[in-house]
Design a protein around this ligand. Structure first.
Ligand code: HEM
Length: 357
């Protein structure tokens, strides 16, 4: 043990002597955050689920075969023949859902605490794209098992792109790799799911976290952004990021890991019959996080059902530039809080409605 420790210590000394690692670790870890800030560890938990997805996703690619003739059977093989294959697959499926849940909760925390305002406009914008990519993971991953649900949910989902004004047809063909959902769609979705989206998410995540590190977390008790940025307003009560905050974050991850394994074991990911392009199932629905769009499409003319979410997305992306009031506390920005709450209630209501209908 002693010998091992000293070998590790010597290795550390060797590296530190060459790359000044202690200095780098100090700069990364020895930061302080205002005690008044409540992150509820949500951003960190979203990050945790992303790491789970990377690990389980790599394990799944060892057996998964992305062609219409082999995809379904390779999933059956993973579930029935590979040791703990069913569990790894279930953890991947539950992890995907929980990553979406916690990314949305993190967005809501940032919104309601006014942490998107100056000087964090770009951090918010990058966060918006992280959410879009997370949803993209869900959309592309859903097709991969190539069962009836996967095939028809993708057919219905990609039709939404076809309703886009002017570029609808081209968008649909680009998405599917042709007019219909075929082998080309599967290859395309597999490549996007396992290469393009992970690379994009990792790059944006590094930028997102570097920005948070550079600026520190927003103090939710500051009355206005001008007040928050004056050196005189530096919060008096600060919490060391390392070890205090980080330890709490790890406890949150540990609880999430337990919840994930319990959910994946009790409710394993299922598999329907193999995809059959000639047999439309009676009820085809997209994943729960697209249900509000799907239900909304039924209520308004098709073109509006596409344009309204695009405008909604743009407003969300540009929120820090649209809401320019300097106030941070919820009490001082009733209009933003009211609009945000009504939108949230509408999205939840549409989701539940879509789920039940
Ligand atoms: C993959 C998804 C995401 C991950 C892993 C992630 C990670 C994080 C982490 C770890 C933090 C610091 C701790 C915390 O606030 O919990 C943070 C802060 C922040 N995030 Fe995210 N984030 C993601 C998505 C988003 C989204 C969707 C938005 C908004 C559109 C966003 C906006 C922000 C902002 C503005 C901050 C600074 C908050 C402050 O100063 O209090 N993030 N993010």
């Amino acid at each position: 043990m002693q010998n091992q420790k000293s070998t590790a210590w010597r290795a550390w000394q060797w590296l530190d002597g060459r790359y000044q690692l202690a200095e780098l670790m100090g700069a990364l870890l020895h930061v302080e955050i205002p005690r008044s800030v409540q992150t509820y560890y949500l951003g960190g938990i979203a990050l945790f689920f992303f790491m789970v997805q990377v690990v389980t996703g790599i394990l799944l690619t060892l057996y998964y075969q992305p062609t219409p003739d082999t995809a379904y059977n390779s999933i059956l093989f993973i579930m029935n023949e590979v040791n703990f294959g069913w569990l790894i697959r279930s953890i991947h499926a539950w992890g995907a859902n929980l990553m979406v849940v916690f990314t949305i909760l993190h967005l809501l925390r940032v919104f309601f605490q006014g942490a998107y305002k100056k000087p964090r406009e770009i951090t918010w914008g990058i966060g918006f794209f992280l959410l879009v990519i997370t949803l993209g993971f869900g959309f592309t991953g859903y097709l991969l098992p190539w069962d009836q649900r996967a095939f028809w949910a993708t057919t219905v989902g990609s039709e939404i792109a076809g309703a886009l004004p002017l570029i609808g047809e081209q968008a649909l063909i680009f998405l599917r790799g042709g007019a219909d959902v075929t082998a080309r769609t599967l290859t395309r979705f597999y490549g996007v799911h396992t290469l393009i989206l992970p690379a994009m998410l990792m790059a944006l995540l590094i930028i997102h976290l570097t920005m948070v590190h550079q600026q520190g977390l927003a103090d939710p008790t500051a009355k206005s952004v001008n007040d928050a940025s004056t050196p005189a307003r530096k919060p008096k009560k600060l919490l060391p990021f390392f070890p205090n905050y980080l330890l709490d974050e790890f406890i949150a991850w540990y609880i999430m890991l337990a919840a994930l394994v319990i959910l994946a074991s009790l409710f394993p990911a299922g598999l329907e019959e193999p995809a059959d392009p000639l047999r439309t199932p009676p009820h085809t629905k997209p994943e729960w996080y697209f249900l509000f769009l799907y239900q909304g499409l039924k209520l308004v003319p098709r073109i509006m059902g596409v344009i309204i979410p695009i405008i909604g997305g743009l407003i969300l992306l540009l929120l820090p530039l649209i809401d320019r009031s300097p106030y941070i506390t919820a009490r001082n920005r009733p209009v933003a809080i009211a609009i945000g709450s009504v939108t949230l209630i509408a999205v939840v209501a549409l989701t539940i409605w879509g789920w039940l209908s």
